[in-house]
Design a binder for this molecule. Structure first.
Ligand code: HXC
Length: 513
């Protein structure tokens, strides 16, 4: 028996070495951890159980039969993160560049199926050159098997992806189908194909960083939701993100213990500037409302005119969508609409109540917006809110103009409670523009047209630059003092905690994609 045990020990030892000492050193030299080190830092100590450590590929193409590393370049298994069951796969770049083929894919598929059956999140730590070129079509088949499961799992279990190396080809499409992507600055890249092929096909000269680095995807494309300066920060970010999210679509996110105190927040009374055209940072409103420093911003550097993220209110996890007057006056445009819509849909899929802070002058006009489909993209946000059945509350802090008033979780599209601060202006448009259109003739004919315009602007502002018309119609449930906001929200979300809302029976809707 001893020799058999020894044989097993040797195999385990060999599997743990992945692509060997030299490649591990090379990985470290690039400021990257190995797949096993990543899993070690991710999972609660002593909880990780590896599955499929001895799996090997079956290919004999291009001499691969002489290179059969145990585990086939991916570590898969389950364990706990902050005490909660989680499934994980971590690709091992030291083994054929973490490339994916039949056996590698089958290991990932196996734990995806387990995660689905057992209703627990799936985390993918991606570090892969994509489809293993030597294995041909079985590599493509393996990817498709994963994409299919990513899609079926969407909205059933949370799926988080971390990009921890150069990920190309199929290695980027699986993450793209998951809920959130995190990247590490300077060591991770995502592209359908790398700079060399780009040069051949489009004659563009571009570096990996410019083409698909963390800053590109967090600011330009919006593909990634979080960026971190190193892998440990990234791993801690994944753990933090999970803490706001339930295990699956049938459960609620974990509550933190909370002791009620004085919920009055005086600071909120002084954030809105006297001049309605002066910006302020909506994050101050968020921070002033939620528990401590619980706000965890998502997509921070992309479409900054809308702020989205998770927070806690009286210990409960909520999702926040807020217009940001400090960036482009908080206007809704193509990117902010897409960003907001995706976040709303995640929260709704996973029973996370939604809180909206609204200060929006409308949709951004112009050829750039129209040619890039602001009609379709704005409709995404409208659709996402309209379809959401989780508890939904809106607080209008200042402007709620035009179609954007409707879109930003208005009463009319199913919001449960709509509050407004006394500083709210709820109207079709700002007073200046409105006066110019509806009093055009009078302004033109007046002896002093500037004075006339001002007079008409004041008249319109008097009538509509307030929350009381909307409150009189019940579109606003209550006009509240800003310092009451937290208390009102805690009570309203508590009142809504058993909300049941059922959508009309259908196969699925047809969101304007
Ligand atoms: C097989 C691969 C590989 C691959 C890398 N390797 N990618 N082996 N298939 N796809 C191997 C290398 O041969 C090398 O082996 C080791 O991994 C490390 O690779 P290097 O090139 O030395 O590393 P680096 O310089 O860091 O470059 C990493 C890289 C580059 C940017 C990922 O290797 C690369 O461009 N790979 C190809 C990427 C690609 O075009 N993939 C698309 C596949 S098509 P040794 O033995 O020397 O250590 C695809 C289609 C799916 O994925 C479609 C689904 C929709």
């Amino acid at each position: 028996m001893q020799d058999k045990i020894k044989e097993l020990d040797n195999k385990i030892e060999a599997a743990k070495l992945g692509g060997g000492e030299k490649r591990i050193e090379a990985q470290h030299a690039k400021n990257k951890l190995t797949a096993r080190e990543r899993v070690h830092f991710l999972m609660d100590e002593g909880t990780f159980e590896e599955i499929g450590m001895l799996v090997t590929h079956r290919s004999t193409n291009f001499g691969l039969e002489h290179n059969k590393p145990l585990g086939d370049g991916v570590v898969t298994g389950y364990g706990n993160i902050n005490g909660r069951l989680t499934y994980v796969f971590a690709q091992d770049f030291t083994v054929m560049g973490g490339s994916l083929a039949e056996a590698h894919a089958s290991k990932i598929v196996k734990i995806m199926d387990m995660a689905m059956k057992n209703g627990a999140p799936l985390l993918g730590l991606n570090d892969s050159g994509g489809a293993r070129i030597q294995e041909g079509v079985v590599s493509l088949g393996g990817y498709a098997d994963i994409f299919y499961r990513n899609t079926l799992a969407s909205g059933v279990i949370p799926q988080l992806s971390a990009i921890m190396g150069p990920c190309a080809g199929g290695a980027v499409y699986s993450p793209a189908l998951t809920d959130f992507i995190s990247m590490v600055e300077n060591t991770s890249y995502m592209f359908v194909t790398g700079p060399n092929v780009v040069k051949t096909v489009t004659h563009e000269e571009v570096t990996s960083e410019e083409l698909g680095g963390a800053s590109t995807h967090s600011t330009k494309s919006g593909v990634t939701h979080f960026t971190y300066s190193n892998e440990i920060e990234c791993i801690n970010g994944l753990k933090k993100l999970l803490s706001y999210i339930p295990q699956n679509c049938e459960e609620d996110a974990p509550n933190l213990p909370y002791t009620a105190g004085d919920e009055k927040r005086e600071k909120l009374n002084t954030i809105i500037p006297q001049n309605p055209n002066q910006p302020y940072d909506i994050r101050e409103v968020i921070a002033g409302t939620v528990d401590g420093d619980s706000f965890h911003e998502v997509h921070k550097d992309y479409a900054e005119n809308i702020v989205v993220g998770f927070a806690r209110l009286a210990g409960r996890s909520i999702g926040i969508v807020a217009n940001q007057p400090a960036f482009l006056a908080g206007v809704l445009d193509n990117n902010s609409s897409k960003k907001g819509a995706r976040f709303v849909r995640f929260c709704d899929a996973f029973n996370i109540p939604l809180l909206v802070f609204e200060d929006v002058p409308g949709f951004l006009p112009g050829t750039d917006q129209e040619w890039n489909a602001i009609i379709t993209n704005g409709a995404k946000l409208l659709y996402a809110f309209s379809e959401a059945t989780v508890p939904r509350i809106t607080v209008i802090t200042r402007k709620a103009y035009g179609g954007a008033y409707d879109v930003m979780n208005s009463k009319h599209i199913g919001a449960d409670m709509n509050f407004a601060w006394p500083s709210s202006e709820i109207a079709v448009m700002g007073a200046k523009g409105a006066a110019e259109i509806i009093f055009k003739k009078e302004i033109k004919e007046a002896a002093d047209s500037v004075a006339k315009w001002k007079e008409k602007e004041a008249e319109y502002a008097d009538m509509f630059a307030n929350p009381y018309n909307a409150a009189a119609r019940g579109y606003i449930d209550e006009v509240i003092r800003p310092d009451q906001t937290r208390e009102k929200l805690i009570k309203a979300f508590k009142m809504l905690e058993n909300k049941v809302d059922v959508l009309p029976k259908k196969k699925h809707g047809n969101i304007p994609m």
